[in-house]
Design a protein around this ligand. Structure first.
Ligand SMILES: [Zn+2]
Length: 270
């Protein structure tokens, strides 16, 4: 019933395109990764008859403060590579948090037996609420498994602190310094989908552009899905060049402090 909504169509097209990038990069094996987008604005006014037609799911992970908000969100256990127009409604849904704040209505998609939103739902809800409260423009959230960033987290020296990890990435090419300006947070290992991981991610997202979960994957938000993808992609480029240098048998020199300062003056201090 929402297929004719032009704004939503644009969101679906972006999901399809970015999902294809994730799969092409091998960052989305099997059911690896998940994504969500706040589509409250795109949905416009939701009619009572639409709510009555929709499936209602009670869920303790719902945050009451999000009542009335709608999200495009991927399903648990489903493949990112199946997020194409033909299969999207089976592998993702648009849910609207109920007015009573105890669950959500599935307004679109979820056309599969036992469909449920991603197991990282707690993290997605917590971050979206935080984004709303901060009043910024970010509406999309992407979690994926970029190889090189994950590899960096398997070495405790490279990731001893978020500042050390960030510096290791920033110094590799100018673009990382400029387009990941707040750097990358390192979050020590936590159980995927846990509330602890959600809480720690929330704190770090206020300070950094990209989060790296130890031995797991990365997470970023953006104005839209392309923007969130860019943050992860650029950060991962730093990790890739760093590791390529090590593979070639030498420690990377990295940009000098002077070169980094020049970049900051030229591109970041305006
Ligand atoms: Zn993951």
């Amino acid at each position: 019933m929402f297929e004719k909504n032009i704004k939503l169509k644009t969101v679906f097209e972006q999901v399809e395109r970015v999902s294809s990038y994730l799969f092409a990069r091998e960052w989305a094996e099997r059911n690896g990764g998940n994504l969500s987008i706040n589509v409250t604005e795109e949905m416009g006014t939701v009619l009572q008859e639409d709510l009555e037609r929709a499936i209602f799911v009670e869920d303790t992970r719902v945050l009451e403060e999000l009542k009335g908000s709608s999200f495009f969100i991927t399903g648990t256990g489903l493949r990112i590579r199946d997020l194409n127009v033909g299969k999207m409604a089976q592998n993702a849904c648009i849910l609207r948090v109920s007015e009573c704040g105890t669950g959500y209505h599935i307004l679109w998609g979820g056309h599969r037996e036992n469909f449920r939103p991603t197991s990282e739902l707690s993290t997605h809800f917590a971050i979206h609420l935080n984004l709303i409260n901060r009043g910024g423009r970010h509406k999309a959230l992407l979690h994926t498994h970029p190889h090189e960033l994950i590899v960096m987290t398997h070495n405790s020296i490279l990731c001893k602190t978020s500042d050390i990890l960030t510096h290791n990435l920033w110094k590799m090419i100018p673009e990382v310094r400029v387009f990941v300006p707040k750097g990358v947070a390192f979050i020590p290992y936590e159980m995927p989908g846990s509330q602890t991981l959600a809480d720690k991610s929330l704190i770090q997202l206020e300070k950094r552009d990209v989060l790296v979960w130890e031995k797991h994957g990365a997470l970023a938000t953006g104005v839209d899905l392309d923007d969130a993808f860019d943050y992860v992609d650029v950060a991962n480029k730093g990790a890739k060049v760093f590791l390529k240098c090590l593979s070639a048998g030498f420690e990377p020199e990295g940009l000098s402090c002077e070169q980094m300062s020049e970049l900051e003056v030229q591109y970041l201090k305006k």
